[in-house]
Design a protein around this ligand. Sequence first.
Ligand code: UGA
Length: 437
Amino acid sequence: MRISVIGCGYLGAVHAACMAKLGHEVVGIDVDERKIADLSSSKAPFYEPGLEELLREVQDSSRLTFTTDMAAAAGSDVHFICVGTPQKKGENGADMSYVDASLFALLPYLQEGNVVVGKSTVPVGTAERLAGLVSEQEPSAHLVWNPEFLREGHAVSDTLQPDRFVYGVPDGSEDHPAVGRLDEVYSAPITAGTPRLVTDHATAELVKAAANSFLATKISFINAMAEVCEATGADVSRLADAIGLDDRIGRKFLNAGIGFGGGCLPKDIRAFMARAGELGADQALTFLREVDAINMRRRTRVVELTREICGGSLLGQRITVLGAAFKPESDDVRDSPALSIAAQLQLQGAVVTVTDPKALSNAARRFPELQYEPDFASAVQASDALLLLTEWAEYRNLDPYDLGSRVSSLRILDGRNVLDPAKWRAAGWHYRGLGRP
Ligand code: UGA
């Protein structure tokens, strides 16, 4: 099939490459000329494992091109909208200006029987509104809402082998003509057994908001347990192992630590609350305020614990922060808890150095006042305290004996609970985890 993908960020660039991998002829369209220039030469504009290799593979076969010209969408059967919906400045709601602008730019190029597929995370009610605009322009065209569930760091495999597909069509019916078209697009994973659910527009939009809210709630739940563990001397990691063995609960997403960040969970729960408020259903989601508050409290807790392990004052203490990305295998620093903690420590008088294998240039753009050191050995040299805040494999596998000879004081705060406390203590370190004795 001929496919256009509008918006080539974290979602769209991966989606375009994966659709070409599935055998389609794809054009990726974005207003950002630099991004398009990078992608055209098979360079990923952000770090995502496997993406550059995939771009090279599908571009060698000429199935994938990139352009800034929306006219290139003309002639495609299916148009995916993959632009961002960031949090509005000073408000909880989602900024819909990129979705609206991309749809308006696409409308003149729609042709008979085309299917427009929304993948961006949007407030419930958006699909119905956009469907009206699509059918006004081209009555035979359809709009489907097909939320995306990929995780950064696993984006390629999550797109090629997702857990499920959700198609939101106006009447929620399997017989809607757009269902068959989308089945053709995803024919390889569907044949391989990926479940596919057809719903109405609103349900499909809500599936995405509900899934991310559930994940955020699971993380804040275990972080709330960490607070109680801290008050009692119990161990939240063992608690998570034990409750996670109940398969109704499950162990995934029960890692207590500095909390969730990134470009999705924090802004999605806020946008969901804002939308529920507009719909008069705000009471249903007041618990998400608590989820958000627990999450934010972790960051303050880490600042306090750092002060404690530094002997009561942060003034002049040389702190090395290991990790700037919001999670490993990503260079994304949007709402990164690690960077937010680093900035708070610096404001309170510590001398902070941040290191990260991939995210330092993005971090420096967002927090130019912090000091960044790409070389690990230089970053930890003469450090008074280490804070492990993003669990990259190289930090999880650090050798406490080797590291001990390079720092100035043997103090480590494990913000992701990924180190073995007994091993670090045996090597002479003052080890602190979160919610661990
Ligand atoms: C999240 C969802 O997991 C995806 O399903 C969804 O498609 C995506 O948002 C989106 O809406 O686009 P992502 O933001 O890539 O994906 O990251 P996650 O793997 O969900 O991690 C989010 C944050 O939670 C990270 O900061 C991570 O460190 C933290 N986390 C995760 C924990 O603190 N504890 C855990 O047990 C798991």
